[in-house]
Design a binder for this molecule. Structure first.
Ligand SMILES: [Fe+2]
Length: 208
């Protein structure tokens, strides 16, 4: 007996489970980001989108109802990876002047993932004749897009303001007796040497 062939309905359900997991995880990430953000506007944006995302989770539950399947989560490794990177970035940049910029970058990576997923789900819902589901998915899709745009605007404003003197370079101070494993040299951190003017040129077109 041949195994049952999978259909677009199956793909829709599997992806829905993935996004259900991802969305719940993004609510947590957004709350954490709201706490970590220094800029008030950014903090507010994260809080607002955390609330929106809680509604998005409810919308997904409605979509599960529409297709008559239990609302289950399936581990989304992509979202796990994105949030793990966010944790790492927070550790690395948490106290730095770049902290907010880094947070925005992480949040936009999450938004773009969600935009991709909701876009796909919406298309499939339409192809499967699930108009109500498509409508719900589109509402969320638009919220994600708006959030992404808002984050871009905040980043642009913040970077414009943030050009003031932030040139602290006092990290060199302590000699930590780290075992300087040779041979690995992944990051040559001793930037003593002269910058050789390679053709790489900084200042990537700061288009105005
Ligand atoms: Fe979302």
């Amino acid at each position: 007996m041949a195994a049952k062939r999978k259909t677009l309905n199956d793909a829709f359900y599997e992806t829905l489970k993935d996004v259900f997991y991802a969305e719940k995880q993004s609510v947590r990430a957004l709350k954490k980001s709201a706490k970590s953000a220094a800029n008030d506007e950014l903090k507010q944006a994260f809080e607002t989108h955390a609330e929106e995302s809680a509604h998005q989770v409810e919308r997904l539950q409605q979509v599960f109802e529409i297709i008559g399947k239990p609302a289950r989560s399936k581990t989304c490794e992509a979202m796990q990876g994105l949030t793990a990177e966010m944790e790492e970035d927070l550790e690395d940049f948490g106290d730095s002047p770049a902290a907010d910029a880094v947070l925005i970058g992480c949040a936009q990576a999450v938004e773009h993932y969600e935009i991709a997923r909701y876009g796909t789900l919406k298309t499939w819902a339409m192809q499967l004749g699930l108009e109500d589901a498509a409508k719900l998915l589109d509402e969320t899709l638009q919220e994600e897009k708006r959030t992404d745009e808002l984050l871009t605007q905040i980043a642009e404003r913040a970077n414009a303001e943030g050009d003031e003197g932030e040139g602290e370079e006092d990290e060199e101070g302590e000699d930590q007796p780290k075992s300087k494993g040779r041979g690995k040299g992944k990051e040559d951190a001793d930037d003593e040497g002269e910058d050789q003017p390679k053709s790489k040129g900084r200042g990537k077109g700061k288009a105005g």
